[in-house]
Design a protein around this ligand. Structure first.
Ligand code: GDP
Length: 480
């Protein structure tokens, strides 16, 4: 993209934001997080909260004060971006009682909210147009690539793969790379083999067992529409100095540069830079459950995510895009796996992780809040007698095939489980004490529950934990 078209784009962008600013009624909210963090479930619940009647949202003031007249879906305004399939996802949750298909690419949805302004000189009817943009968090981690050469990225990625937590997962790829010998010649077959092994390593670090955060390139795990494209057929190689023409390293370098120019830049310029607010969903429980390496990794990933919001304020990247994000909300999702006594603790842990990530760089230039929530609450709480004691339990319908105490569940029967307890001091959790395991429960892991039984009407209210706090932070001032 030439400088001229970059400038033209910037001008269009500015014009758009000025128009929005003058009318004061448009807001673009980005929803992101690594794969399985809970984006699809969150957006479906958020849209349902805004468009259906009957949910309970005491902290979301516009709703609690009865000032929301109606919320309704409107045609998605950007022709080049797929629409978020909210109807399908809602039907999966409510009619079939299964979790919807997860985010694999960018999508968008427009909701308009008609509301009454609060009493005062501005009192009266108004409306807010909300564009919700769902995109894989993996793509955000690509931003640092823009400032790195192929040689730099290769060296860093090879280094990271030698760390104790990653080395066993990377062994096949590293072994293959080592066997290539010094400066091998270009070969399509070899490029493909290296890319396959490298991608398998990235994928292995993201399984339930390891729950390590993702390393770039983000599209290797979340290719979106680029599945199978030659632009994704490269991998790091140990290189010193500029690659020799005709070498495998030269092919890899060319593809790496194409990836930056044709994939990374357009995403930041055309989508990311247009967001006003951002919500970052984090599956902190899985990381805590997997141990200190996963938690450290998560903290690094949060730092990289924050780096994307900082960029443009102070760096070279300012010429490419200028984020205008004024609020960022970090949410620890799936809090319904814990008893409510641990919700504040989960929040405190994420707050500490985010604070450490912030401390690594300069100010982000946006208001930040942290919430532990469940967009869709699949469990309820109960007290279960064991001998003389009454123990805090959570009750839900385990997914078919889940095994608890040797019993395999069929997806219909309910079960009470004793959730792990988070330590009261968040520093302990980050040091690796993680979840305090229920006694005798050595291989503790979360039971996966089915979504709750609710009315199958399109208007159904979905149970949640603290979704109203998220709504208040994201929209409260715009609906005042
Ligand atoms: P995405 O990859 O970020 O779009 O993640 P999804 O929204 O598809 O969520 C991934 C999985 O996490 C779902 O299939 C559910 O199993 C689980 N999940 C997400 N949100 C919740 C929640 O609020 N409560 C519970 N219990 N599970 C959730």
């Amino acid at each position: 993209m030439s400088l001229l078209s970059d400038l033209a784009f910037e001008a269009r962008n500015t014009a758009r934001s000025v128009a929005d600013y003058v009318s004061g009624n448009g807001l673009r909210i980005g929803v992101t997080g690594l794969s399985r963090a809970g984006k699809t479930v969150f957006i479906t619940a958020l849209v349902q909260a805004l468009t259906a009647r009957g949910g309970r949202f005491p902290v979301f003031r516009a709703a609690a004060e009865g000032r929301i007249v109606r919320g309704y879906l409107q045609p998605q305004p950007d022709d080049a971006v797929p629409r978020f399939a909210v109807e399908d996802h809602l039907a999966a949750l409510t009619v079939e009682r299964r979790w919807p298909d997860s985010t694999r690419r960018i999508s968008e949805l427009r909701v308009t909210i008609d509301y009454e302004r609060r009493a005062g000189w501005r009192a009266g009817p108004a409306s807010l147009t909300l564009d919700i943009v769902d995109y894989p968090g993996e793509w955000l981690l690509d931003l640092p690539l823009l400032g790195k050469s192929y040689a730099q990225w290769s060296a860093e990625t090879l280094d990271a793969s030698a760390a104790a937590a990653r080395a066993p997962l990377a062994a096949a790829w590293r072994g293959h790379t080592a066997l290539l010998g010094e400066d091998p010649p270009a070969s399509e077959e070899e490029a493909r083999r290296c890319a396959e092994l490298f991608t398998s390593y990235l994928r292995a670090s993201r399984t339930d067992l390891y729950a390590l955060s993702t390393l770039p390139p983000g599209r290797f795990l979340m290719p979106g529409d680029l599945e199978g494209s030659p632009m994704l057929t490269f991998a790091p190689l140990p290189v010193s100095g500029p690659p020799r023409p005709g070498s495998l390293a030269a092919t890899m370098e060319r593809r790496y540069e194409s990836y930056k120019a044709h994939v990374v830049k357009p995403f930041f310029r055309d989508h990311f830079s247009r967001l006003d607010r951002q919500i970052v969903l984090v599956d902190a429980l899985s990381a805590l459950n997997s141990g200190p390496a996963a938690v450290r990794d998560l903290q690094n990933a949060l730092g990289d995510v924050l780096g994307a919001y900082r960029a443009g304020r102070s760096s070279l990247l300012a010429t490419l895009f200028r984020p205008r994000i004024d609020r960022i909300l970090f949410c620890a999702t799936k809090a319904d796996h814990l008893h409510h006594t641990s919700h504040d603790r989960l929040e405190a842990i994420l707050r500490l992780l985010v604070a450490r990530a912030i401390a690594r760089g300069e100010a982000v230039g946006a208001d930040i809040d942290v919430i532990a929530l469940a967009a869709v609450r699949a469990t309820r709480e109960a007290s279960v007698k064991q001998g003389r004691d009454a123990l805090d339990a959570i009750v839900g319908t385990p997914l078919a095939g889940e095994v608890i105490d040797g019993e395999t569940f069929d997806g219909l029967a309910e079960a009470a489980v004793f959730p792990g307890e988070l330590p009261p001091d968040p520093k302990l959790a980050l040091r690796g004490d993680g979840l305090a395991l229920a006694e005798g429960d050595n291989d503790y892991r979360f039971v996966r529950f089915r979504p709750p039984a609710v009315s199958a009407e399109p208007d159904a209210a979905l149970p949640h934990i603290r979704l109203d706090r998220a709504l208040q932070f994201l929209l409260g001032d715009k609906l005042a």
